[in-house]
Design a protein around this ligand. Sequence first.
Ligand code: ZN
Length: 159
Amino acid sequence: MSLLACPECKKKISDTTDTCPNCGYQLTPEKISEIKEEEKKKKRGCGIGCLSIIVIIIILGIIGSLNEINCNDFSGTYSGTSEMGFTTGTAKIKINNDCSATLTYYQGSMGGETEKGEIIKDGDSYKFKSTGGGGTYNLKISTNKIILEGYNWRCVMTK
Ligand SMILES: [Zn+2]
């Protein structure tokens, strides 16, 4: 036995009764299953599906705001040295207000390269993501100083 709301007076009544004890409403087994069906639908209204969509939207919002960066804070041109294995060369990075960036490094006889990319934020850390397929490198930014690190090289540059 379970309780359901009387369609007439909305009071909770037993599903085994055939008359509402409050208002006298006549209940047939068909009517009872109809009421039960409607109550189920109401409960489902914003059930698990709806709730998980809300949770996903909130999570995406949090991730989005965490990874949002304002490159105005550190835009400019930084220059310094690049170290690749035992060789030292020069390096320069220009960061624009829109987070696009150009990295140029020159390793003496090993040659050099100019890589276009963008500054992205990944959790707590910044990264330089090459748009030319050159990879993603760790980027450390402190006041007027940038350290860019790859697998076997690093560039230390100041403003
Ligand atoms: Zn009733």
